[in-house]
Design a protein around this ligand. Structure first.
Ligand code: FES
Length: 112
């Protein structure tokens, strides 16, 4: 399913937030291709967008760290890690998606 975002956006930045099937998705460009993962932290539900470094996204709220390739939480929150996310369908590992650039230059996201 194409999201109406021109792939040219990755000429200026290496990660963006898009909506796919009503969910916020973090899409990250790496040298070998694109990775896409739910952009809601499984701790308390904050947005994962602002801190992306290489293959990792860090939640700005309490520093839970996620591997964008697998959605796994590789480092737990530094504050009250036992508190579960209030969104029942948001649990680690976060859902990941296939992301690619389509022939007409738009971002194309699909389920695995
Ligand atoms: S909400 Fe993400 S680490 Fe707490």
């Amino acid at each position: 399913m194409k999201v109406r975002v021109l792939a040219k956006v990755f000429e200026e930045r290496d990660h963006i937030l898009v909506w796919f099937k009503g969910r916020p998705i973090l899409v990250v460009k790496r040298p070998e291709g694109l990775y896409a993962m739910d952009a809601v932290c499984a701790h308390m539900g904050c947005a994962l967008l602002t801190e992306v470094d290489g293959y990792y996204a860090v939640c700005p709220a309490h520093k839970a760290k996620y591997d964008i390739r697998t959605g796994e939480m590789v480092e737990r929150p530094v504050v009250r890690p036992e508190v579960p996310c209030e969104f029942e369908d948001v649990r680690p590992p976060l859902r990941t998606y296939k992301a690619r650039i389509s022939d007409d230059g738009f971002l194309d996201i699909s389920d695995f």
